[in-house]
Write a protein that binds this ligand. Structure first.
Ligand SMILES: [Zn+2]
Length: 239
């Protein structure tokens, strides 16, 4: 958390969904700028790279667990609880993890947050889950889900409603809003780690996310497309 001026607070959150080495670069840059962020790691191999987790923790950032246990356990609550506990213990080998946040698992019919219907965060020595612990009418939520600051319309679960009435498309618009003194006092910013300074990777990811967003929209209204999309995602993550 960074507090640049009295009364103002920004929680900088990064979900390391994949491309873990981009996260390490991002963490180094933030470190140089004096920013302490929270990096949430998934258990899948595209995210869970020990060298990266260790490197980011060594830079003084916080490490959290980006859980998707219910989706991976195909809705089996008991199995999901056991794997949640095991995975949390695993990430605690690197850092004393106190916060967790759900991965959207957009193609699964299971909402990972259902774990909290029977258990409490404190049962696991945890203090925060952004989707449960934050009042988004008081804290402005800014997310790059969908590869744009206003890409939230493509999200299936990473959705929060707020009363701030602010919407941005480009980063320059956010900077202008901050400079004009109109940016909310308290905010939670989620930036994924798909961002890269490699033009080739950036272009490939941009194209992929563009196709993915449109496929998601199509899948919402079309069962056949939903099945194909679900299968493609499973293949990609090697599940
Ligand atoms: Zn995620």
């Amino acid at each position: 958390m960074t507090t640049p001026a009295e009364g103002k607070a920004v929680v900088m959150r990064h979900d390391v969904d994949e491309k873990a080495f981009n996260a390490l670069k991002m963490a180094q840059l933030e470190h140089e700028l004096g920013i302490r962020a929270t990096y949430f790691f998934r258990i899948v191999k595209q995210s869970n790279v020990p060298e990266v987790i260790r490197g980011i923790a060594a830079l003084g950032h916080e490490i959290g667990y980006h859980y998707e246990d219910l989706a991976l356990a195909e809705g089996d609550l008991e199995k999901a609880m056991a794997s949640f506990e095991k995975n949390l213990a695993y990430f605690r080998e690197y850092y004393p993890v106190r916060s967790v946040c759900m991965h959207g698992s957009s193609t699964s019919k299971f909402d990972n947050r259902l774990l909290w219907e029977t258990r409490k965060l404190s049962d696991f020595g945890l203090v925060g889950e952004p989707y449960l612990s934050v009042d988004f009418n008081k804290v402005f939520y800014l997310t790059d889900t969908g590869y744009a600051w206003d890409g939230g319309k493509f999200a299936t679960r990473d959705i929060v409603t707020n009363s701030f009435g602010l919407q941005f498309h480009t980063t320059q618009q956010i900077v202008a809003c901050i400079e004009a003194g109109r940016f909310p006092e308290k905010s939670l910013i989620l930036a994924h780690t798909l961002w890269t300074d490699s033009l080739i990777q950036w272009s490939m990811l941009h194209l992929r996310e563009f196709l993915r967003n449109n496929f998601k929209l199509l899948a919402q209204n079309n069962k056949g497309a939903e099945k194909i999309y679900g299968r493609m995602v499973k293949m990609y993550w090697g599940k």
